[in-house]
Design a protein around this ligand. Structure first.
Ligand code: 5GP
Ligand code: ZN
Length: 112
């Protein structure tokens, strides 16, 4: 999608600190981390938000938690724990309109 920062990262038009990639996702470090470990699990397909997920996308999302688990282990945070967050829309504070799941960890997280 033209003008989408995450599409530019996926296409290699913008740099990123990428720690994982498969057919459906890339995982990068957030440019502005709010915890010691702050990863973004991003669909390679441009899907603007959870509201735009369609039935044919079910295959993509069947693996999203497996990717999360894999990168949590890779980062060494799987034992102490982590939080997975998806913001959808303005009241949730979504600022990038391309599906991504935050993986937050590395220190005790504030209660929701
Ligand atoms: P949202 O509020 O949309 O769920 O979160 C978007 C996240 O993307 C924010 O935490 C922000 O710091 C991160 N972000 C925005 N632009 C970039 C970028 O160009 N590179 C990286 N690595 N992260 C970005
Ligand atoms: Zn995009």
């Amino acid at each position: 999608m033209k003008g989408c920062v995450f599409c530019k990262i996926i296409n290699g038009d913008l740099p990123s600190d990428k720690i994982y990639e498969d057919d459906s996702f890339i995982v990068i470090r957030d440019i502005n981390p709010v915890y010691r470990t702050h990863l973004l699990i991003i669909t390679k397909k441009h899907i603007s938000s959870v509201n735009e997920i369609e039935d044919p996308d079910r295959d993509i999302f069947s693996t999203v938690f497996l990717v999360a688990k894999k990168v949590a282990a890779k980062e060494g945070v799987e034992v102490n724990g982590y939080r997975l967050t998806v913001n959808c829309g303005k009241d949730a504070g979504q600022i990038v309109s391309h599906f991504h799941m935050h993986l937050l960890a590395g220190e005790p997280l504030r209660n929701l």
